[in-house]
Ligand binder design. Structure first.
Ligand code: NAI
Length: 367
């Protein structure tokens, strides 16, 4: 079986799905690897390093299996298999089924202990959480740590992280490392302990949230009445903050609005809100994906594709996820799709051009 590594073509995408160490691991499992020339360049992995690891540099269009970060930019063939982030719960209509190929979507890998090493959403969100705080810290008109100097003592900045999933917990850890006084809030009460173990205060709102936990460690959507009450209660907390990072997400859905314009207007001029849920509409009413706006002196950032900014490490982690995922399905150098394995069945999006994933079919209204 020959695995092809695609060069990403989306604007601003600097990552690559497989790095040279990944190539070496696949070679060891009796797979051949062809890499599109320049595929890893923007992440610091050059053709020579891929060749040293045992890959061929060349045309990937006839490979049996293709790996990429975004959906493949070339037209797939019916006998091919592709592994990428197809984002089918968000955009089911864009799944390339017409090709007749078999597709595995890495964002459908269940969040279970065994699948942890294959979970690209976690590996990349972790980096996004780290970067969100760095971004906010450089834009804030204050410093984060307490500083005692001959010219006086500066109080530490107050940082609030809304949504304490993978990105949020890393944002909390990063803000703590930089010396801020950090608070965290999540609709899933089970994360209170995790927030506190990172040295942050867990914001408890008098809200009933027994049903907030969905499957696989993700949150469930709540009703509009709940969100309205939540915003009302969060308003006071927000007004005291220097920096707010929002990461609240519901899989496959528009991000819940946690911060409205009146809430933002209660924050002091010079403070910053970094909304990493921007791509799905954002957690703040004023967020514009990929843009920065200033409202009453408060800066609102809506960064997209943060992991691409640290393309070397993001690719390294993504590659390890892909390698583990793929090798879980390979026997004697061939693909052996075992539908009894929940990781395999959970991430199989389309088989020979037909969408087979229940949640995606449901989203399409086809079930
Ligand atoms: P996650 O599912 O692990 O965490 C989201 C958290 O939000 C969960 O803990 C959930 O309980 C919480 N949440 C949901 N509704 C809430 C509410 N109403 N109030 C408070 N908390 C609520 O997701 P993950 O992997 O941490 O990703 C977070 C966000 O970051 C997602 O929107 C994802 O798309 C985005 N992301 C953005 C990137 C960028 O470059 N901007 C890169 C990677 C991820």
């Amino acid at each position: 079986m020959v695995v092809g590594v695609l060069r990403e073509t989306a604007e601003g995408e600097r990552r690559v799905a497989l790095v040279p160490t990944g190539v070496a691991a696949l070679k060891k499992a009796k797979l051949d690897v062809v890499v599109e020339s320049g595929a890893g360049e923007a992440a610091g992995f050059f053709d020579a390093a891929y060749k040293d690891a045992g890959a061929e540099i060349g045309d990937v269009s006839a490979c049996d299996l293709l790996v990429s970060i975004r959906p493949p930019s070339l037209t797939l063939r019916p006998n091919q298999t592709a592994i990428a982030i197809f984002d089918p719960l968000w955009a089911p209509g864009e799944v390339p089924t017409a090709s007749g190929a078999t597709l595995f979507s890495l964002d459908l890998v269940p969040r279970t202990t065994r699948a942890q090493a294959m979970d690209v959403l976690s590996s990349q969100a972790n980096l996004a959480g780290y970067l969100s705080v760095l971004l906010g810290a450089t834009e804030l008109t204050k410093i984060l740590p307490m500083m005692t100097t001959a010219a006086g003592t500066i109080a530490p900045a107050k940082v609030l992280i809304l949504g304490a999933g993978v990105a949020g917990l890393q944002a909390i850890a990063t803000a703590r490392r930089l010396g801020a006084v950090v608070s965290g809030y999540d609709v899933r009460a089970v994360v209170k302990e995790q927030v506190e173990s990172l040295g942050a205060r867990f914001v408890e709102l008098p809200l009933e949230t027994p049903d907030a936990q969905g499957t696989g460690g993700y949150a469930k959507a709540m009703g509009e009445e709940f969100y309205a009450k939540q915003r009302q209660l969060l308003g006071d907390v927000l007004s005291e903050m220097d920096m707010v990072v929002t990461t609240a997400a519901i899989p496959g859905m528009k991000s819940p609005i946690l911060v409205t314009q009146p809430m933002l207007e209660r924050m002091s001029a010079g403070s910053v809100l970094v909304d990493i849920a921007a791509e799905r509409g954002g957690n703040c009413e004023l967020t514009r994906a990929g843009e920065t706006i200033v409202h009453n002196g408060v800066k609102v950032y809506g960064p997209i594709n943060l992991p691409s900014r640290v393309s070397t490490h993001a690719s390294q982690l993504f590659s390890k996820n892909v390698q583990t995922f793929l090798l879980n399905m390979v026997k004697e150098g061939q693909l052996a799709i075992n539908m009894e394995d929940p990781i395999v069945s959970g991430s199989l999006l389309a088989k020979e051009g037909k969408i087979v994933h229940a949640m995606v079919l449901d989203k399409m209204g086809a079930k």
